[in-house]
Design a protein. Structure first.
Length: 442
């Protein structure tokens, strides 16, 4: 379901010695780490996170950056609860203390991270705050960005780093606490344009430590390597227990008499808009995608894209697809669920072959594109293969494979879903087919 390594696994004498020591301590076979791939480890971890009801653990967060930065790095520790809240979905609740810098006093923290909001208790102001997740960090306690494992709240925790990966490598196994872990090193492509002043997501490398037996994450490192300066922030779990936390542990403390202040959009109101390029109508300068009025569904246009199908010279863009219905099928030859879904998408494309319709199979993180192209041509007549190297999956936020996106004649996304434990491949394609039929009928 996830990632393809760009290199074979790398071994040095030091790493082999490290593995040998770990093997003596655990009794594991050295061949385990060598035989599996980074792709297989991450895919197994995604499945493991989806299957468990939750977990609780002790956590600690810290940093390393040499003597120059030692006193300026933050730290945090406490208890972490991960589970499904009846209203908010999957959440992370952290209780403990944090320091913005080592020379500053500790502050108590009681914070909740959900997929769409932050909630925290401020004892000094006797207030519980709730704020939507957005690009703006104003008013958010500095502890929130330090919960480096927040990505486990989404279906594909590793996509944010892997979609922008330069290399993804499986390193030698290491022991975190008392757990032998597979180590995945993701080296990110350098950011395009100017670096964010906030420093958010500007780290150059991510390193995940995933339990070799249960495939659950135990540690993550964000590494910022600027050559002469290298800073590492880490977030580590210990005393790990797979258990469904009680509902009381999946919310912040709400003392009697505390005020509650929320800046979440009210029912029917749109979320805070981000600056985007909007198409302009031919007759005037009015944006074709105006801010929706309350109680109206929000119109989401497809992001700008430019792709070239394999074996063709014609470039496909938003403009070329005007007045046509378009399907973007995000998949990978290494993705296990895709092996069952791809024939269904191909059959759907055959059904609409005589309509104003195009279907593109966007292959992600392929180690051998020429082999994929050869195999694909023999199996799918109406699907156009695209070997993605332009980051289109990231722009469409296709975080789980397979994902299907349906774009109508006006360039509006009318359907986008990825496979999940609650949505089978057959249902995924069936819903996409219905969306295509509706879009063609308009």
């Amino acid at each position: 379901m996830l990632y393809q390594t760009t290199h074979p696994t790398r071994f040095t004498l030091t790493r082999l010695l490290t593995l040998f020591v770990a093997v003596l301590a655990t009794g594991a076979s050295p061949s385990v780490a060598q035989e599996q791939s980074a792709n297989a480890v991450l895919e197994a971890s995604v499945n493991a996170l989806q299957e468990i009801p939750g977990f609780r653990a002790q956590f600690k967060m810290g940093g390393e950056g040499g003597a120059m930065f030692k006193d300026t790095l933050p730290s945090m520790s406490g208890q972490l609860f991960f589970g499904t809240h009846p209203e908010l979905g999957r959440v992370i609740h952290c209780i403990g203390e944090a320091k913005d810098q080592q020379t500053r006093p500790s502050k108590p923290i009681d914070i909740l991270l959900a997929s769409d909001r932050y909630i925290w208790t401020d004892n000094s102001e006797q207030t519980i705050y709730e704020k939507p997740i957005s690009s703006s960090s104003r008013g958010i306690p500095s502890a929130f960005p330090l919960v480096l494992m927040h990505s486990i709240l989404i279906d594909d925790p590793y996509a944010k780093d892997a979609d922008n990966a330069k290399t993804i490598d499986l390193l030698t196994q290491e022991v975190v606490g008392d757990v032998l872990c597979d180590v995945i090193h993701i080296k990110k492509n350098p950011p395009s344009g100017r670096t964010s002043r906030s420093g958010k997501d500007t780290y150059t490398d991510a390193r995940w430590y995933i339990g070799a037996d249960d495939k659950l994450p135990r540690k993550i490192e964000h590494i910022t390597d600027a050559g002469l300066v290298k800073i590492t922030l880490y977030f580590e779990l210990s005393n790990f227990s797979v258990v469904e936390p009680p509902e009381s542990m999946l919310d912040v403390t709400r003392p009697t008499g505390f005020k509650f202040k929320s800046s979440m959009p009210k029912v029917g109101e749109p979320e805070e808009e981000q600056p985007v390029s909007r198409p302009v109508s031919e007759n005037n300068n009015t944006p074709a995608n105006p801010r929706p009025q309350p109680n109206q569904p929000r119109t989401v246009f497809a992001p700008s894209f430019s792709i070239t199908p394999a074996g063709q010279e014609t470039v496909v863009t938003n403009s070329t697809q005007a007045d046509r219905v378009t399907v973007m099928y995000f998949w990978g030859s290494w993705c296990i669920p895709c092996k069952d879904v791809s024939p269904l998408v191909s059959a759907m494309a055959d059904d609409f072959a005589d309509e104003d319709f195009d279907a593109f199979a966007i292959a992600l993180r392929e180690a051998n594109p020429s082999e994929v192209e050869s195999d694909f041509e023999d199996q799918h007549d109406q699907l156009s293969l695209v070997i993605d190297d332009s980051g289109i999956a990231s722009r469409f936020k296709a975080r789980v494979l397979p994902t299907i996106v349906v774009i109508d004649r006006d360039g509006v996304i009318v359907y986008q879903r990825g496979i999940s434990k609650d949505l089978t491949g057959e249902d995924l394609v069936a819903a996409a087919k219905t969306a295509v039929s509706n879009a063609l009928s308009k």
